[in-house]
Write a protein that binds this ligand. Structure first.
Ligand SMILES: [Mg+2]
Length: 360
């Protein structure tokens, strides 16, 4: 039996990757991705990589500093994701493991799982006991009005994506419906349409709006109200026929448990960073399986596609190419399905030339 290697050192870099085009949401405009890139070097020569997303450049250096400060807790400790999670959770019990701390802990967890798979010369999905399988993928359409939304959706359809997700939450529900119908008219009935309010409505507004969307044949309505208003989402879910989708802003599996307890969401889409890395995702997948809840991802296409292959209730892959410039081999989507065959580790490896270009 081989001994678990120890962590030798941590390398943390920050980059600001510009988006090919600004992404409008009901909550504001995204123009770049401030990312923290972590490499964990182990004393057997194996290295694991991970990406975490600061959302806002203001948070970039604090998260990187936090990670660098964890060095003293990590060096010479076993390169085991579950053991490191146990130690770090104990260490942060009083401060809490949400927010920037949670992001830093997930960066470590994802890098350790990646190193573990690479050490065994295999993929993350194989390490988790699964096999690669095709996962249907959808693309994003911004808060861009009828014409531009329809054009963006057509582009995804031409690329054979299986669905599109539209940012809505226009001043009136009539405008929301007009955008959905414009997209449907441009792409036909074969394409699944999801919509995302990015938390912009009150529960009462949402209940009213969603009744108007009920006949539009939408696959799901995402985050109609505040992500942590589980009771509010449960109220909306009872009022609407269209399934509710939430999860990208839940911190850790306890949030997911609270959402399940409240019956807040028909579908769930954890974010691998906020849910607690690969370790957190696998627990979320088990909880979703027990309740028969379809699970999709939020961003992180490379690692999420592999996790979805190991998720019993896997639903949709949210595709995004935002971080493609810095990834050596971005996720492959063929005929609308994400493919992870032949991928090593979590699929995250650096395009070093691009990383140096965007270093912040
Ligand atoms: Mg969303």
């Amino acid at each position: 039996m081989t001994k678990t290697p120890n962590i030798e050192r941590l390398s943390v870099r920050t980059v600001r990757v510009p988006l090919p085009q600004a992404h409008q949401t009901a909550g504001g405009t995204v123009t770049e991705s401030p990312l923290i890139l972590t490499d964990i070097h182990c004393d057997d020569g194996s290295v694991g990589h991970s990406i975490v997303f600061a959302y806002n450049a203001f948070a970039l250096k604090p998260i990187a500093d936090l990670l660098r400060n964890l060095d003293s807790l990590l060096v010479d400790a076993p390169a085991s994701p579950l053991e490191i999670e146990r130690r770090l959770n104990a260490r942060f019990r009083l401060l809490g493991t949400q927010g920037l701390v949670g992001i830093a802990l997930s960066a470590i967890d994802m890098a350790l799982w990646d190193a573990l798979a690479r050490r065994r010369q295999t993929s993350l999905v194989a390490l988790l006991g699964g096999v690669p399988r095709p996962i249907p993928a959808y693309g994003a359409v911004g808060y861009d009005g009828e014409k531009a939304s329809a054009m963006a959706a057509e582009k995804w359809a031409e690329r054979k994506f299986r669905g599109v997700k539209l940012k809505i939450g226009y001043p009136t529900v009539e405008e929301d419906v007009a955008v959905i119908r414009a997209v449907r008219a441009a792409t036909g009935n074969g394409l699944a349409i999801m919509v995302d309010y990015n938390q912009c409505l009150t529960p009462a507004q949402a209940a009213q709006r969603l009744r108007a969307l009920d006949e539009e044949g939408i696959t799901w309505v995402e985050e109609p109200t505040l992500a942590h208003d589980f009771a509010g989402h449960a109220h909306i879910a009872r009022e609407a026929k269209t399934p509710i989708q939430c999860g990208e802003n839940w911190w850790g599996t306890l949030d997911l448990q609270h959402a399940i307890d409240a019956q807040a969401s028909d579908f769930m889409m954890p974010d691998v960073m906020k849910i607690g890395g690969v370790s957190g995702w696998m627990r979320a997948a088990a909880m979703a399986q027990a309740r028969g809840i379809p699970l999709s991802n939020h961003l992180w296409p490379e690692i999420s596609a592999q996790l979805l292959c190991a998720t019993p209730t896997a639903h949709w892959l949210e595709y995004a190419d935002w971080w493609n410039p810095i990834v050596a081999e971005p996720l492959t989507v063929e005929d609308g399905y994400a493919r992870v065959d032949g991928v090593l580790g979590s699929g995250v490896e650096w395009n070093e030339a691009a990383v140096s270009r965007y270093i912040a």
